[in-house]
Every structure is written in structure tokens, then in C-alpha cells.
Design a protein around this ligand. Structure first.
Ligand code: PLP
Length: 330
């Protein structure tokens, strides 16, 4: 059976209460009128550190043993997971080390340092940074907290499913951003345990959709990582994936892929009609509804997973500019 069950998610909810925000669930009259069924938004863009990853990181940190707490935690993420782990470790009064390559921009480095984490700059790639993580685990006994493929992390993210269902008890469909699958695995485990007929839809960007390609292949596969407005959805699921691949395969009803203009339309709608500032990864549920890429079954709850977008980029998108990050990088 699933490595994460409803009891694990309920235990996580009790463990992280007071450490994370219970974020609002708002009705969307604009989307309801447009789609023809009630649409709600779970506004996790208002979470502390700007994304849901604080739930999983806090649940993992809260379960460390005394010896592990004395030594500290480590990860290689410079994105939302790195921020979350730095925050959760500081709240628990333990040491956090975030490993990154020399190519990471200085503003990201400073943002992680500002949360009290030690930063180690190693090599020229994410793989080099991950090697340093493994060395610190081996030689200094630090506890590695992975961004998604870990039952403690999945259970923490699953608390979102409980909050969505509590706010909209008759919900029939959940729209959930999908990358490594920690978020949707937890949310689907919570929702399906409570109401098995809720349809859980995962949405990724078409550029480098690692989980979708892995599901199609029947096993984890590597994909090329390309620039996307949904930068938090980039990266692989890990060729040795243990937890999220089987959970997503067994629990998720459908996976949808979005183009860059469809993601931009989601960001634009949330700003202009919902007054929400969200990052590209968080816009995919609304983007899928606007693009007519799914058969809506109401009430729908779309999960806005985070707010951490560069505000210059946000301004360009909401002003109507047709931003193509792939062309800009070339
Ligand atoms: C990490 C992240 C996701 C994807 O979560 P997974 O657990 O990797 O599927 C979606 N949105 C935001 C804002 C994220 O930070």
C-alpha cells in the first residue's frame, strides 16, 4: 500500500500546527462564471516563505531524533525547498546547510543566508552540489531532507488536502501543480482517503515534464531541463524514486501539460481578476481551466502553490508582454 496514509497526514497536521499558516480558500466568481461550475482557490501563495514546501520541511524537521538535531540538516535546493528548510531549521533551533553550485545567482544565495542557513558553494552544477550533500551526510552526519521523495515530506504537503476539503466539503476536483510529485502525492492521499471519488488532476509545464514522461514510460526517466515560467516545476523525479512515482501512478487520475503562454495566462488572470500574485508553477491549475484543457467537475479547488516570482518578470507578464524565457536564454 501507499507509503503515506491518512494517519500520517493527520499526524503531520498536528505536528506542524503553529509552525505553518493555515492559508485561505477563496471563491473565484470570475472563474465560476467562465467555467460554469463553482471554482475555489487554495491560496498557499500566502504561506510563510512563499510556498507550500514549508509544510513538508517542517514535518520532517519535527521528526528528527536528538542526535540528528544536534548535527543539523542539509539539502541542495536553492528554490522553495531550500528556503523552507532554512526557515524550518531556524524555527527548530538547528543548523541548516544548503549546498549550491557556483552558477546560482547571488540574490538567491543571499535569500537563503538571510534565513540563517550556511551556504556551501561547490562546483558548477546541481550534481556537484548534490555530491557535497552526500559527503556531508557521510562525514558530518547531517540529515538530508529531500524536496519530495520522502514520506515525511509527502505527509506534510498532504495537510493541504485536509485544509482544502475542510473549506469545500463537497469538492469534486482538485487541480494540483506537479513536478517531483511530493505535493500531489500528499494531497491525493488525503483527499482519496476521505472521498475516493474526488478527481485529482496534476498539471505540469510541457517543457521537461519529468513525471508525465516517467508515467508514460512506466518507470522514472530523465528529461532535459529547459527554461520555463514555471521554474519551480523543473528538474527530474530521481531515477531511484521510491515514494512519489508509485503514489502518483496509483492516486492521480489525469496529468495535463501546459504551454508557456497558457501558464502566463494563469498568472495574468490571478493578478487581474483574483488579486493574487503567484509564480508560474502556481498558475497551472487556473491556466488549465482557462485553456479548456480539462472537463471541469465542480466544485473545483485549484491550488495556488507559491508566490516566489521575480517581480520584474511578473510585471512584464501582467502588462501583457509575451515572455519567452527560452528565447531570452539563447
Ligand atoms: C516544488 C513546487 C511545486 C511542485 O511540487 P512537487 O512536490 O515537486 O511536485 C509546485 N509549485 C511550487 C511553487 C513549488 O515550489
Amino acid at each position: 500500500m501507499n507509503p503515506v496514509a491518512l494517519e500520517d497526514i493527520l499526524a503531520a497536521q498536528a505536528r506542524i500546527r503553529g509552525l505553518v499558516r493555515e492559508t485561505p480558500v477563496e471563491p473565484s466568481p470570475a472563474l465560476t462564471a467562465r467555467i460554469g461550475v463553482p471554482v475555489w482557490l487554495k491560496c498557499e501563495n500566502h504561506q510563510i516563505t512563499g510556498a507550500f514546501k514549508l509544510r513538508g520541511a517542517s514535518n520532517a524537521v519535527a521528526q528528527l531524533g536528538v542526535a540528528e538535531r544536534a548535527r543539523g540538516v542539509v539539502c541542495a535546493s536553492t528554490g522553495n525547498h531550500g528556503r523552507a528548510l532554512a526557515h524550518a531549521a531556524r524555527a527548530a533551533g538547528i543548523r541548516a546547510v544548503v549546498c549550491m553550485s557556483r552558477l546560482v545567482p547571488a540574490n538567491k544565495l543571499r535569500a537563503i543566508e538571510a534565513l540563517g542557513a550556511e551556504v556551501r558553494i561547490i562546483g558548477r552544477s546541481q550534481d556537484d552540489a548534490q555530491e557535497e550533500v552526500e559527503r556531508l551526510v557521510r562525514e558530518e552526519g547531517l540529515a538530508m531532507i529531500p524536496p519530495f521523495d520522502d514520506p515525511r515530506v509527502v505527509a506534510g504537503q498532504g495537510t493541504l488536502g485536509l485544509e482544502m476539503l475542510q473549506a469545500v466539503p463537497d469538492m469534486a476536483m482538485a487541480l494540483v501543480p506537479l513536478s517531483g510529485g511530493g505535493l500531489i502525492a500528499g494531497v491525493a492521499a488525503a483527499l482519496k482517503a476521505r472521498k475516493p471519488d474526488i478527481r485529482v488532476v496534476g498539471i505540469s509545464m510541457a517543457r521537461g515534464a519529468a513525471m508525465a514522461e516517467s508515467l508514460a514510460a512506466g518507470q522514472p526517466v530523465q528529461v532535459e531541463e529547459l527554461p520555463s515560467l514555471a521554474d519551480s516545476l523543473g528538474g527530474g523525479i530521481g531515477l531511484g524514486n521510491q515514494v512519489t512515482f508509485p503514489m502518483v501512478r496509483d492516486l492521480v487520475d489525469e496529468v495535463i501539460l501546459l504551454s508557456e503562454p497558457e501558464i502566463a495566462a494563469g498568472i495574468r488572470h490571478c493578478y487581474a481578476e483574483e488579486r493574487q500574485v503567484i509564480e508560474g508553477a502556481a498558475a497551472v491549475g487556473v491556466g488549465a481551466l482557462l485553456a479548456g484543457k480539462l472537463q471541469p467537475k465542480g466544485p473545483v479547488v485549484a491550488l495556488l502553490s507559491g508566490a516566489n516570482i521575480d517581480m520584474g518578470l511578473h510585471l512584464r507578464i501582467v502588462s501583457g508582454e509575451d515572455v519567452d524565457l527560452m528565447a531570452e536564454e539563447a
